[in-house]
Design a protein around this ligand. Structure first.
Ligand SMILES: C[S@@+](CC[C@H](N)C(=O)[O-])C[C@H]1O[C@@H](n2cnc3c(N)ncnc32)[C@H](O)[C@@H]1O
Length: 392
């Protein structure tokens, strides 16, 4: 996983994250970093700041739902603030011919220009007269470009009346995530989620290699493929025989062409999960049922409510069976739809965990309200929200 600066720069009290999925990404980070996260702030929709105690940078390397991770090296309390600490840090990693960039998240144009100027002046003042400033389109150098252009990128965002600033120290391996999405034998962009989102959901279960992951609505197997990549034992169910075939094909490809290595996919109804597992319990269940009919336009609110209520019956029946199939320390991660209506409303599906002995998972001192919404999705009419449950 690409650390662009030594891991040790992330062993700090405040870490900023550029989020791929909004609040869901914060939940993932709080899950992987555990109780070391004391507090989380969201100064802009795209950025979170985690206040941490004894961070383990290796866990940062597991994140999938973030685009960049940067220590907060400068948090001036005025717009005129001091960026000396940041410039000093940058100067220690740059040489005369290096590229650097400023990625602004929620900054105004003038603020962006002022910051670029201050950084350039600061670096020149440190003797780096020829460092090259990359001017990204839209004020953001994307994480893959940071890697391909060998740039020292600075993340900047409005923070407590001034700016939060820090050098991008780590980015996820987006190229291999994209490859898993585009090269697998069966692709279903209409029903399948992206490998990045699937990995983020699997990370919410926080399993160790060798533990068992079940997706009882597995479709073409995107979630299970991410489980395999994390060395989990993967079980899949789907009520459609052709989907079972597709998932097997994709997983065989993921397992390097070896059939049934670390995975088992069968035809079956998710509402009968516990019967189909014959009493064995799994360590986590991660699934995205989405049982709505295909929508070609925003429906009326009343239509959306009727559709969601109808699918809620299967969701809740399946949840009851999942609750009987999960181990005492396990988690159940379920994606639910959020339908955008032509009346400007959002209709979402409510899962009743309490009735089946489940409670909402909370990763530590930072509290999350469920379902946790995803931001920045490209889908127009049906967005996503996520529940994470654990046994009570
Ligand atoms: C949205 S798709 C899942 C997509 C999957 N995440 C992927 O990456 O391809 C939902 C799947 O649930 C399956 N399904 C619908 N009702 C089911 C049921 N009662 N039990 C098991 N699977 C069901 C459908 O056949 C479909 O493949």
């Amino acid at each position: 996983m690409p650390f662009l600066l030594p891991m040790s720069v992330l062993e700090t009290d405040d870490v900023s994250l550029v989020l791929a999925f909004g609040k869901l990404s914060v939940l993932e980070a709080c899950t992987l970093l555990g109780r070391s996260v004391e507090r989380a702030e969201s100064p802009s929709e795209r950025v979170a700041v985690l206040h941490v105690d004894h961070i383990d940078a290796r866990r940062i390397a597991e994140l999938a739902g973030v685009h960049k991770c940067a220590p907060l090296t400068s948090q001036p309390d005025s717009t005129e603030g001091d960026i000396t600490a940041l410039v000093d840090l940058m100067a220690s990693y740059l040489d005369e011919k290096s590229n650097f960039s400023l990625s602004g998240y929620g900054l105004g144009e003038d603020d962006y220009e002022d910051l670029v100027r201050s950084l350039l002046d600061g670096l020149r003042g440190s003797g780096l007269r020829k460092v090259r400033l990359l001017r990204p389109r839209g004020d953001e150098l994307l994480s893959e470009q940071v890697v391909s252009r060998h740039a020292l990128d600075v993340v900047a965002f409005p923070y407590h009346g001034g700016y939060g600033l820090g050098p991008t120290a780590w980015v996820p391996d987006s190229a291999s995530m994209r490859q898993r999405g585009t090269l697998r034998p069966v692709r279903h962009p209409d029903i399948a989620l992206s490998p990045r989102l699937a990995r983020t959901l699997v990370n919410l279960a926080d399993l160790r290699p060798g533990q068992t992951l079940l997706d009882p609505f597995c479709g073409s197997g995107t979630i299970l493929a991410e489980g395999l990549a994390k060395s989990l034992r993967c079980l899949g169910l789907d009520s459609s025989a052709s989907r079972v075939q597709q998932a097997r094909e994709n997983l065989r490809w993921s397992a390097g062409g070896i059939a049934d290595r670390g995975y088992d996919v069968r035809k079956g109804d998710a509402r009968e999960t516990s019967r189909l597992l014959r009493g064995t319990r799994v360590d986590a269940i991660v699934t995205e049922p989405v049982l709505l009919p295909r929508l070609d336009a925003r429906p009326k609110t009343a239509t959306a409510r009727a559709m969601v209520e109808e699918s809620a019956v299967i969701y809740n029946d399946a949840l009851a069976s999942m609750a009987e199939s999960i181990g005492p320390d396990g988690r159940i991660v379920v994606v639910v739809p959020v339908v955008q209506t032509m009346d400007g409303d959002e209709v979402t599906l409510t899962l009743e965990g309490r009735k089946v002995g489940l409670r909402h998972y909370q990763p530590g001192p930072v509290g999350f309200e469920y379902p946790v919404r995803l931001s920045f999705e490209s889908t127009r009419w049906v967005k996503r929200a996520v529940y994470v449950f654990e046994p009570r």
